[in-house]
Design a protein around this ligand. Structure first.
Ligand code: ZN
Length: 274
């Protein structure tokens, strides 16, 4: 990739990083930790890595600017480097650390998956200022993209509808979720997904909150909805099993409290106590 020359650019080379900067390292879909720490000093990486290694700015407004880099852990073996599944940070880290790690994963994935222009096939280059890639031939510009998803907790009096999903920790029950399709509002996605996956209809949809979910680049939009009608019937393709659970008899393995699914369930329990 051809890279910007200014050290203030959003996409630059590791050799251009300020010595007091910090970096989050990504190897494919995992993080590289150093002695248990997410952050690596830029000064160390400038001496270790190929000087042309791409760095993407995560946060440059603070005293110690922060960047994301992709590299192979084998290059760092003498520095107590270990791979870390980013999902494990959800339970063990400060929310700000998970946010930095998630942003680094998404930007590293974006850079690796956008090497050529989708219109003319030319090699993309770093934009000189913005966090964007640009085609030198047709000027097409590519920004990091996110995929919005809706996650829903359907309530029926003191019960909630939970499901076991194919291939997503299939032993555990969680909320229903799905990607938004072109032209849909989040509320329309919610109604469609719940109906497709469980044959249940809903009403009274309420937005609760959102979370960046970097596996690899989703934005989770969390809602509560009320049961309106229907009997549970699962599709067998995306959903293995769906059941109503009473608040007094929830599954033992619930989504982690930092996740939107965990927060939707916690809010439901809190509402019952009021
Ligand atoms: Zn082009």
């Amino acid at each position: 990739m051809s890279l910007a020359q200014s050290s203030s650019a959003a996409i630059l080379m590791v050799q251009q990083l300020p010595d007091h900067g910090r970096c989050v390292l990504v190897d494919e879909s995992q993080l590289i930790l150093r002695a248990g720490e997410v952050y690596w000093p830029a000064s160390l990486l400038k001496a270790l890595l190929d000087p042309m290694t791409t760095a993407v700015a995560l946060d440059v407004g603070k005293d110690a600017p922060l960047y994301a880099l992709s590299c192979e852990i084998a290059r760092l073996s003498q520095y107590e480097a270990v791979l870390c599944n980013p999902r494990s940070l959800l339970q063990s880290s400060l929310p700000s650390v998970f946010a930095h790690a998630g942003k680094a994963l998404q930007l590293a994935h974006w850079i690796k998956s956008h090497r050529h222009c989708g219109f003319c096939g030319s090699r993309l280059e770093a934009h000189t200022v913005e966090r964007a890639l640009q085609c030198p031939e047709c000027q097409h510009r590519v920004f990091p993209r996110i995929s919005p998803c809706v996650i829903a907790l359907v309530r029926r009096d003191t019960q909630i509808l939970l499901a076991r999903h194919v291939g997503r920790g299939s032993g555990n029950f969680s909320c229903l979720a799905g990607f938004m399709e072109v032209g849909e509002t989040p509320e329309e996605t919610l109604c469609r997904e719940v109906l497709e996956e469980t044959a249940i209809t809903v009403s009274n949809i309420r937005y609760v909150g959102s979370q960046s979910w970097p596996f690899p680049s989703q934005l989770m939009l969390g809602f509560h909805a009320d049961y309106a009608g229907g009997e549970i019937k699962v599709d067998g393709h995306e959903i293995l099993e769906a059941r109503w659970f009473d608040a007094s008899d929830l599954p033992t393995a619930l989504p982690p409290p930092f996740s939107v699914a965990g927060q939707l369930i916690a809010l439901f329990l809190q509402d019952l106590k009021v």
